[in-house]
Ligand binder design. Structure first.
Ligand code: SF4
Length: 549
């Protein structure tokens, strides 16, 4: 029916009882009554009355519906307690973004940036603080103790959090720790290590890492404390938070002083505005900011980006080179599949299927490395460590895209990650898997679009699309191990990134309906509303339904 025809139709009069079904339904849901059930009862009751010639008042409809509707379901144990307002990660939601690439892209052992890299950085930080105590205090020290709370306690065992925490305590750093050291802690858990503090040597072992309360009034779901004790006396104690992506904070944390960015932005709209006004790219605006915030040269910024690109290529190569029958650590006894998927994809007679299979295999390869606890790169997290490397590898090693374009892509991808961190979260313990794989896929879409010289609006649209189609995704790793669903999820995140780029580069960019900033707002809101059981606790979803035997 055309608009004109519609205009000609007479208004439905009051003689037509079905003309305005709104009038059949009372709109105020009484307290204690289930909303859905109430509306159905109200509508049915109203319609029945009209059909039998009656015309119930709103009050009558309300009373009847309330009497027959189901009682309201108890409020879900749902929403995790809000993050403490004084955490830097919360406070800096206001103001321009000051995150830089070497804070964001971190190399470290898998399987989880928040549960391995963060805790290792935390205990390493504590070890350095303790070493600075006066010698007479250190002389009395008898024990080091780590207590894990919240999600760190709930799923830390599956993530190897206790091994990571012990490694930091004995002076190992995430970027340089030999994964074999962590493997040896798993294989020989009774090992004891001397920690030198001044003249004192204190023995530590995995027994000094305590899995403490999983629920409580924590500032952040990933909370831990580290103590240096002299008998029962506390010589030094610090409360820390692993706030996602390997970032850490502590009680009283003050962010490091930084310079003002050349192009201060807090939204994609502002960032793209700078790029378009200056007739340049998002990547070049990001480069200028990286240089001004940290007072670095262009060569220094690119040297760091190259290091990360090389590490990403290495992690894919390493994963692909593992034997086809390799079994990942942990109770799931999951067989690796990257090498098999790659080999079979290469034999596929259809080129498009070869591409999809190979891209999936690259993501599986890097993600399986994460599952092995080998070195991975947070982009933005360990759980999502297969997504960005898959696209970097495909662009550089398969498509032979110029390295400078991939560097630019890494900077555009970083912008996407910074914005998600700034306005929402990168932590599965706060926002579920949408905050990990969703953000990784969005970053990878921006990387791909940038590497193929797409205009800034297409870069934004691709990132938006990839993020949008992960909204609501929960985190429920089986047995607390970052393997199921995580490893395959990385493959899907990589393929979705490619699809997002394919759509964004083929649609009319100005007609793309949703802004990236709107989707990031939805990510943050969905994270807040998500039932806490689905936030890296392994208390629900697949972690509940999958039975290991
Ligand atoms: S389900 Fe997603 S968010 Fe949760 S551990 Fe796995 S990859 Fe990370």
């Amino acid at each position: 029916m055309s608009n004109k025809e519609a205009e000609k139709l007479p208004d439905a009069g009051p003689q037509d009882p079905f003309a305005d079904t709104q009038s059949l339904v009372a709109h105020v849901v009484p307290a204690g009554v289930d909303r859905r059930s109430f509306f159905i009862r109200a509508a049915v009751g109203g319609a029945a009355a009209v059909m039998t010639g009656g015309s119930p008042s709103t009050e009558e409809k309300t009373a009847k519906a309330a009497a027959t509707a189901a009682p309201a379901a108890p409020a879900p144990s749902a929403a995790a307690p809000p993050l403490a307002a004084d955490l830097n990660v919360v406070m800096k939601e206001k103001g321009p973004i000051l995150t830089v690439a070497d804070e964001f892209y971190k190399v470290g052992p898998g399987p989880s940036s928040s549960h391995t890299i963060g805790p290792m950085r935390i205990t390493y930080d504590f070890y350095q603080r303790a070493a600075k105590l006066p010698a007479d205090k250190l002389d009395t020290a008898t024990k080091l103790q780590v207590n894990l709370f919240g999600s760190l306690s709930a799923t830390g065992k599956g993530h190897g959090t206790e091994r990571a925490a012990l490694a930091g305590l004995v002076g190992k750093e995430p970027a340089t720790v030999d994964p074999k050291f962590l493997d040896s802690l798993r294989d020989k858990p009774d090992q004891v290590f001397p920690v030198k503090l001044g003249n004192k040597s204190i023995d530590v072992s995995l027994k000094d890492v305590v899995y403490d309360a999983t629920k409580g009034d924590f500032k952040h779901p990933n909370t831990m404390t580290v103590k240096l004790l002299a008998g029962n006396n506390v010589l030094l104690e610090q409360e820390y938070y692993s706030v996602g992506g390997g970032f850490i904070e502590w009680k009283g944390y003050e962010p490091p002083k930084k310079n003002a960015p050349k192009y201060p932005f807090a939204t994609m709209k502002e960032l793209r505005g700078y790029a378009d006004t200056n007739k340049t790219t998002i990547a070049k605006i990001m480069l200028a900011n990286e240089m001004s915030i940290m007072n670095r040269s262009e060569a220094e910024v690119y040297a760091f980006i190259d290091k990360i690109i090389n590490a990403m290529v290495a992690t894919v190569k390493s994963g692909l080179s593992m034997p086809e029958d390799d079994v990942l650590p942990g109770p799931i006894k999951l067989h690796s599949k990257a090498a098999t998927v790659y080999k079979r994809a290469m034999d596929d007679k259809f080129e498009a299927d070869r591409g999809l299979g190979a891209l999936s295999a690259f993501a599986l390869a890097a993600s399986e490395e994460n599952g092995r606890g080998h070195l991975v790169i947070t982009a933005p997290t360990g759980g999502s460590a297969g997504v960005m490397p898959a696209l970097v590898y495909a662009l550089l090693e398969v498509r032979k895209v110029d390295r400078q374009k991939v560097r630019d892509g890494m900077l555009a991808a970083a912008a996407v990650g910074y914005l998600c961190k700034h306005h929402a979260t990168l932590s599965a313990a706060e926002g579920g898997c949408q905050a990990e794989i969703g953000v990784a896929s969005s970053m990878a879409a921006a990387l791909t679009a940038t590497a193929f010289d797409a205009p800034s609006l297409v870069v934004e649209n691709a990132a938006e699309s990839a993020l949008e189609h992960h909204l609501g995704m929960t985190c429920d790793p089986v047995a607390g191990y970052v393997q199921v669903p995580c490893i395959e999820r990385c493959a899907f995140g990589a393929v979705k990134a490619w699809t997002a780029y394919a759509i964004a580069s083929n649609e009319i960019a100005s007609r793309h309906r949703i802004d990236f900033d709107e989707t990031v707002t939805a990510l943050g809101q969905t994270a807040k509303d998500m039932n806490s059981k689905y936030k890296e606790t392994s208390e629900a979803g697949l972690a509940q339904s999958v039975v290991l035997c």
